[in-house]
Structures are given as structure tokens and as C-alpha cells.
Design a protein around this ligand. Structure first.
Ligand code: SF4
Length: 343
């Protein structure tokens, strides 16, 4: 597998903006290539490059604030491209592309998809360029293939782990989804948000995985956490401090609803929401966190319920005597707060 960072775009930005210091951040899987790129930028242009070394999981993990803190001129956020090329005041998005070919895994998928006629296809940033090829290959095998339309943040067929707004509206038009890439995280999210059978096509292992069981387990765990939180009298409502996940308004809204129903609320702000960070708050019986929803959905080691925004909405529904329905089947689990400038 080779993942290639769009170095030409980086050089263009450097030549146009002529910065003296640049902040760079990238997901863990791209750190080696990113550090190589930083060395080349320094060598070619004499630009001082600083790696922002905190965790970087998504497009929400931009480092606009670090530009000011580190007296830099701009930031480069590597590996999470979108329908925008610049976010916030200082940050340029730089694509990274995986060169994996999907030809073989599409052939492997055909027997598993055989019971379905209309297939939605979706993927994450690094495989977007493969969508037309996969669409054509599946159509040749007799499937009707639909790719979700781009919007103000996402490119055609693109999903994030919390934003399925290109694909979720296809819920009534497709029988199943094919997710392209080696990411159970994204594939499970797609299955939960659409309620459709979802198959993960992994081009590196040439494996096709039916995600239905994994998605159903996550759904049940999410519901169980809501019912466990219903009994809690003291809540911690956590606002995330990462740039693209800061949902202060939502935290206030949820806090107010909980208080209206007799719960005591302690508002907390955190950059990293981990069992270790929550451990000292012993008196709190349940948490709601309005940052990355996957902290709640995929967090297997919290000792108390830690609800995401969709789960908190379900909890509020129960408190108000309503049923919560399929609360995960929505286009977005969080409204990302990255500042957007269209391409
Ligand atoms: S908030 Fe969304 S984009 Fe950010 S890490 Fe979580 S799932 Fe990914």
C-alpha cells in the first residue's frame, strides 16, 4: 500500500504564501510521509516546519489555533480532503491518495452482493478517486449503482465517521451499500446511519466483510447506554475543545433539558475524552459529550455511560415521554464546526 501526499499542492501553497513558519498535522498513519515532506519543504524553501503532535483523527482536528500560539503563518492539515480546500482562518487541507486498486475485491464482492439490485457506493478521502472505476465495474456486473451527491463539506460519495450526509439520503433508493476501504470504523458508521446492509470492500486484503452484525452490536450498546443514563441523577456534560468539535450551544441545550427533568449537571470542557480524564469525577453517574460521537459509539472501556449527541437526543426523548425511534439513522451525528471556504 502506498499513500501519496499531494506534494505539488504543498509546494504551490509555500510558493504563493511564502511563509517563514508552518504548522503541520496529520493522522498517525501518515506521520512518516508527513515528516519526510516537512524535511523536503525545509530543504527546498528554508521554511521552518513544526509538527502539531496531538492526536489527529479527522477533519475536525485542524490546528488553526496553533498557528497563532506558535507564531506561524499558516497550517497544513494532511490527509482529510473534502469539498473545501481551506478551513478556519489559517489552515489548508492537503489530500493524500491511496493507490490501492479495487478490481479484485469488487469481483470478490459480486457473490455477496448478488441478492441486492441497487447498490450505494461510499468511501473516505483516500479512495475517492476510485469511485468511478468501482461504479463502472459493478454496473458491468449488472448492478444499479448510486453514488451520493456532494454538498458544502463532502465530495461525491464521501463519508466521515460522523457525517454520512452524501449517502444517508439514499436510504430509500438503494438495497445495500458497498463501502470502499479498510476501515470498519467508517463501514459500521455507514451501516448505522443508513440502516442498510453494508459490505466493506478491503482492497489491501482482498476481503469483503458483511458489517450487519458489527453494526447491530454497536446499535444495541448505544441503546443500552441511553437506558443506563436514564437512572443517573448527576450528569457531566462535556464540550470538546478540538476546533472542529466545539459544540457549546448543543452542550447548553442538553444541560438545560437535563436540569428541567431534575438532573444535576456539571459542565466540563476537555480536549481528550478518555476513561482516565473522567475517572476523577467520581460523583458523576453519566456523561453526555458533544464532541466526536465515535468516542461514545466505539469507546469500549468507559465505566459509566458516555452518550453522544444522537444518544443524548434519545435520552431527552425518553425524559419527555416520547419514543426515540432509529436515532442513529440521520445524515450527521454531529454538525462539525470547521470553518468552511468552498473549493
Ligand atoms: S468528529 Fe467526525 S471527523 Fe472528527 S474524528 Fe470524530 S468522526 Fe472523525
Amino acid at each position: 500500500m502506498t499513500v501519496r501526499i499531494d506534494e505539488d499542492r504543498v509546494f504551490d501553497i509555500i510558493e504563493t504564501k511564502r511563509p517563514s513558519t508552518v504548522v503541520v498535522n496529520a493522522p498517525g498513519g501518515l506521520l512518516r510521509q508527513t515528516k519526510d515532506l516537512m524535511a523536503r519543504v525545509k530543504e527546498k524553501y528554508g521554511v521552518n516546519c513544526i509538527l502539531a503532535g496531538d492526536s489527529c483523527f479527522g477533519i475536525c482536528d485542524t490546528v488553526d489555533d496553533e498557528v497563532e500560539k506558535l507564531n506561524a503563518d499558516l497550517a497544513l492539515h494532511i490527509g482529510h480532503n473534502a469539498a473545501v480546500e481551506f478551513v478556519g482562518d489559517n489552515t489548508y487541507l492537503v489530500d493524500a491518495v491511496d493507490d490501492a486498486d479495487f478490481g479484485d475485491v469488487v469481483e470478490s464482492a459480486v457473490p455477496m452482493l448478488a441478492g441486492f439490485k441497487r447498490i450505494g457506493v461510499a468511501t473516505f478521502s483516500q479512495h475517492l478517486h476510485e469511485l468511478p472505476n468501482v461504479k463502472e465495474a459493478l454496473e458491468k456486473r449488472g448492478f444499479e449503482v448510486i453514488v451520493g451527491k456532494r454538498n458544502n463539506l463532502m465530495l461525491e460519495g464521501q463519508i466521515f465517521g460522523c457525517d454520512f450526509s452524501t449517502s444517508q439520503p439514499l436510504q430509500g433508493e438503494v438495497d445495500a451499500f458497498a463501502f470502499l476501504g479498510q476501515s470498519e470504523f467508517h463501514a459500521v458508521g455507514l451501516a448505522l446511519a443508513t440502516g442498510k446492509p453494508t459490505f466493506m470492500l478491503d482492497p489491501h486484503m482482498n476481503e469483503v466483510t458483511d458489517m450487519r452484525q458489527a453494526a447491530e452490536e454497536r446499535r444495541k450498546r448505544a441503546i443500552l447506554a441511553v437506558y443506563r443514563a436514564l437512572d443517573a441523577r448527576i450528569f457531566g456534560v462535556i464540550t470538546g475543545l478540538k476546533e472542529g468539535q466545539k459544540m457549546l450551544g448543543r452542550s447548553r441545550w442538553i444541560s438545560k433539558r437535563l436540569e428541567m427533568h431534575g438532573r444535576k449537571v456539571v459542565q466540563i470542557a476537555l480536549r481528550e475524552i478518555t476513561p482516565e480524564r473522567l475517572a476523577p469525577h467520581r460523583e458523576i453517574e453519566a456523561f453526555v459529550q458533544t464532541a466526536c460521537p465515535r468516542i461514545s459509539m466505539d469507546g469500549f472501556n468507559f465505566d459509566r455511560p458516555v452518550l453522544s449527541i444522537p444518544q443524548a437526543d434519545a435520552l431527552v426523548a425518553l425524559l419527555e415521554g416520547r419514543s426515540f425511534g432509529e436515532f442513529l439513522q440521520r445524515p450527521k451525528w454531529i454538525e462539525l464546526t470547521v470553518g468552511l471556504v468552498p473549493k
